[in-house]
Design a protein around this ligand. Structure first.
Ligand SMILES: *Cc1c(COP(=O)(O)O)cnc(C)c1O
Length: 427
């Protein structure tokens, strides 16, 4: 048996589905997942030695590429010094000061170990800060796997939700209301009926976990305005968009100020780091100052803190966001040409891209995604692998560019992806 298949067989005996996060199983891709043993820059190396150009980048954290030398230096130095203290240290202070001095809506913050934890904790703060219990979320937005947010729109009244995972109590699911993206009228209706119960409106201002659903600014402004009018807080979940679309995230681009914001992914430079932050008087509700309990054994882990700070400093120094926009635009243009006449079209925002069914207008909510998209994607994904390109192994995950992806490499990959799309549409 080939090494890869042997590893997968063994994994299935010890972990559910052989994986530690579901998308890694390549479910729906009609093949075993690839096991990787190493990475550098844009390149992933499989256990059998095959190399791939990576467009998944660990689902977003690696905005400088794998093992960036400047990040690597910080990490190695920290490991030589100590890797967790469970006590105060200057490394998280440096990262916290870096963020709060540059992102005006983050007056205070708290580091945690994942995006899920960040959102879960921010909601707790929002409930404490408003004395209300309901959370409003949007269909097609992902906020990690916290119970109350693993919900989808229910079939009953406006805003009513149903859990989207087994093991979540109906009571917990009912704490959450669900609205549609890109639908001002529906949102107004929910606010009219339930607005005074809503503690917080949670949204990905750039929804990028169910395809890339780029929202109109007017819609996001409406979300902010209605939250304000009804006394609900506004939570921007920028776990994926934060430090990817720009230093101040979507909040800065949209000129909309959220009360609370969550980060993760890029913030840890590839290590497990999340953070929630916002207005000082809200964050001061958190223990030990306030009555909102939240803690973590490995919170603000110094290795992650230094990897994150090194990543952000390098992005700032190189004006990396501007550069990624430039490279992304050129890539999009080239890829669009290559995909003409295939079952795919590309949407892009900065360094995030997504291939989907061709549409005449931008896809802004999940109902516009063709049900056949998943079927088209699986053979395309495998055809890309055959050409040395690794995309996220799921039709609804976005692609990520990093500063390690050069113009030349992107131009080459656009041609290969075009070939793959044509090869799969012929079959
Ligand atoms: C990835 C993501 C999360 C969850 O973060 P984890 O670190 O995987 O827990 C939450 N919200 C958004 C928008 C994300 O993209």
């Amino acid at each position: 048996m080939k090494l890869n298949d042997e590893l997968f067989e063994r994994s299935k005996k010890v972990a559910p589905g052989g994986v530690h996060s579901p998308v890694r199983s390549f479910k729906g891709m009609n093949m075993s997942p690839i096991f990787f043993k190493g990475a550098k820059g844009t390149e992933l190396e499989a256990v059998d030695g095959t190399r791939y150009t990576d467009f998944c980048m660990s689902f977003g954290p690696l905005i400088l590429g794998h093992r960036d030398p400047d990040v690597s230096r910080e990490v190695e130095e920290m490991i030589q010094t100590g890797w967790t203290f469970g006590a105060c240290e200057p490394y998280s202070l440096a990262l916290a000061e870096w963020i709060t001095s540059r992102v005006p809506h983050v007056q205070k913050l708290r580091f945690v170990s994942s995006g899920t934890e960040a959102v879960m904790s921010a909601m707790r703060v929002a409930r404490a800060g408003t004395g209300r219990e309901k959370v409003l979320k949007f269909e097609g937005c992902y906020h990690g796997h916290v119970d109350s947010l693993l919900v989808k729109a229910g079939s009953g009244l406006a805003g009513e939700s149903a859990s989207s995972s087994a093991g979540i109590s109906a009571k917990t699911a009912s704490d959450t209301l669900v609205a549609s993206l890109d639908d001002e009228a529906g949102l107004e209706k929910i606010f009219k009926e339930r607005g005074h119960e809503i503690a917080v409106v949670a949204i990905e201002p750039l929804p990028a976990n169910y395809g890339l659903l780029i929202q109109r600014k007017e819609f996001l402004q409406k979300v902010a305005d209605l939250a304000k009018k009804y006394g609900a807080l506004l939570l921007f979940d920028e776990v994926i968009s934060g430090f990817r679309v720009g230093l101040g995230g979507m909040a800065e681009i949209l000129q909309i100020t959220p009360d609370l914001v969550c980060y993760g992914k890029i913030l840890g430079g590839g290590f497990p780091v999340g953070c929630y932050g916002g207005r000082a008087e809200l964050m001061d509700l958190v223990a030990p100052l306030g009555k909102v309990y939240q803690a973590g054994t490995l919170s603000a882990n110094p290795v992650g803190m230094r990897a994150g700070l090194a990543t952000l400093q390098k992005m700032e120094k190189l004006d990396g966001w501007k550069e990624l926009e430039r490279r992304g635009a050129a890539f999009e243009q080239k890829l669009s040409k290559e995909l003409a006449g295939t079952p795919f079209q590309v949407s892009r925002y900065g360094s995030l891209f997504w291939l989907h069914n061709p549409t005449s207008s931008p896809i802004r909510d999940i109902t516009q995604i063709a049900p056949s998209h998943g079927e088209h994607f699986a053979p395309f994904f495998r055809a890309c692998l055959d050409r040395g390109i690794y995309l996220a192994p799921n039709a609804y995950e976005v692609g990520f560019l990093s500063l390690a992806h050069t113009d030349e490499l992107l131009a080459h990959c656009a041609i290969k992806m075009g070939e793959a799309a044509r090869a799969t549409s012929r079959t």
